[in-house]
Design a protein around this ligand. Structure first.
Ligand SMILES: NC(=O)c1ccc[n+]([C@@H]2O[C@H](COP(=O)([O-])OP(=O)(O)OC[C@H]3O[C@@H](n4cnc5c(N)ncnc54)[C@H](O)[C@@H]3O)[C@@H](O)[C@H]2O)c1
Length: 349
């Protein structure tokens, strides 16, 4: 079985394994880390229908007693009710502190599973087995866990690193094209913020999935190692997200996360030359369009401004946005919110 290993040094150090078909080896990867324990596999209804039996069989064959809890697919499942229901499932399955959670799915399952693991019995170990491109390059790496509450997305969560990430890239073969594309927006983001070489390789379509996932994970790893608790450089990963979140919110989440981030990255890129930085907006737009994104912004500058003022990235009268200095080189720029309003009115018709 061939796979790449990327090591993360954080408050808990762990390996991220990336390869095609490595789900079959999951039990063997887990054993040196967790020993003999019971495993609670959290997954969603779509992933369960496709791979639920396979993961349980692989774990059983490796000698693990694994129970499974399935939530309905979709963002609405990342909620307090499901958090409590899964915690209750673990308790009624009599899981102990030496047992562990396996989060098997996209970012919804990963975020909910990680938060559950951080809370159950004041913390049990957990393993991320991402099944979407976005979860593989983003949500399964870095230890951010969360649920959504009525006041907003991801408002309740913790920093809690997994013990292992096992990324079987073959699982992505069954993703709906629009879900795969959402992940591509994050991949393009990594190229833009920190790696011009990665960005260039993305012009070859389809890209080499294992190599690209591995490079994105390395980039996120390097950022997280410098700023695990998101007080500084980790903010670079928000390129396109400040405006993207505003667009998602304005669309009442009718515009997907990836599409919103694509639009947000283009807004940021158009802003850069007005701040004395380089102009890569046309280049970036062209690549995003090749990936099938509509990069036009359906909202006016004032609407975007109002929506992002409630964004958690705002500190006092200032707001931080990530702007490109060049392809592969972005920087955090903090400015008064009034200045951002002026810039938005110049880049959005
Ligand atoms: N923790 C973090 O650092 C972080 C970072 C980015 C995003 N997130 C969170 O991640 C979530 C989005 O993640 P996502 O895009 O993976 O969404 P998701 O988990 O909802 O998955 C998207 C869809 O793909 C389906 N799916 C998953 N794997 C599949 C497969 N292999 N084959 C077929 N269908 C499959 C799911 O059932 C779902 O319908 C959001 O809640 C976001 O807040 C977290």
């Amino acid at each position: 079985m061939q796979y790449r290993t990327i090591h993360v040094e954080a408050s808990r150090s762990y390996d991220i394994l990336i390869g095609r078909g490595i789900l079959a080896g999951l039990g063997g990867f887990i054993r040196p880390l967790l020993g003999n324990c019971r495993l609670a596999v959290l997954t969603d209804s779509n992933v369960d229908a496709l791979y639920g039996d396979a993961i349980i069989n692989h774990l059983n064959e490796a000698g693990y007693d694994a129970c499974k809890y399935v939530i309905p697919a979709g963002e609405a499942s990342k909620c307090a009710d499901n958090l409590l229901a899964f915690l209750n499932f673990m308790a009624s399955s009599q899981l102990t502190r030496s047992d562990a959670v396996v989060a098997f799915g996209g970012g919804v399952v990963g975020d909910l599973g990680g938060l559950s693991a951080s809370l159950y019995l004041r913390g049990v170990k957990y393993v991320q087995v991402p099944t979407t491109l976005l979860a593989s390059v983003d949500s399964s790496v870095g230890g951010k866990t969360a649920i959504d509450i009525p006041a907003g997305k991801n408002l309740v969560g913790s920093f809690y690193q997994p013990s292992l990430v096992c990324c079987d890239t073959a699982l992505m073969d069954t993703l709906a094209p629009e879900i795969y594309r959402d992940g591509c927006a994050e991949v393009i983001k990594y190229g833009m913020i920190l790696d011009a070489g990665l960005y260039d390789t993305l012009h070859t379509m389809p890209f080499d999935r294992e190599a690209v996932v591995a490079r994105c994970v390395e980039i996120k790893r390097d950022v997280v190692q410098q700023d695990e608790f998101d007080n500084g450089i980790r903010g670079l990963l928000n390129f396109g997200h400040t405006f993207g979140h505003a667009i998602e919110k304005l669309s009442d989440f009718g515009i997907s996360h990836g599409e919103a981030v694509a639009k947000g990255m283009v807004i940021a890129a158009r802003m850069a030359p007005l701040c004395g930085l380089c102009d890569v907006a046309d280049e970036l737009s062209a690549l995003l369009v090749r990936y099938g994104f509509d990069v036009g912004c359906p909202y006016g500058a004032q609407e975007i401004y109002d929506a992002l003022l409630s964004d958690k990235k705002r500190r006092g009268g200032n707001i931080s946005v990530v702007l490109p200095r060049a392809v592969g080189d972005c920087t955090l720029v903090t400015m008064p919110v009034e200045e951002l309003a002026v810039l938005l009115s110049k880049v959005i018709a």
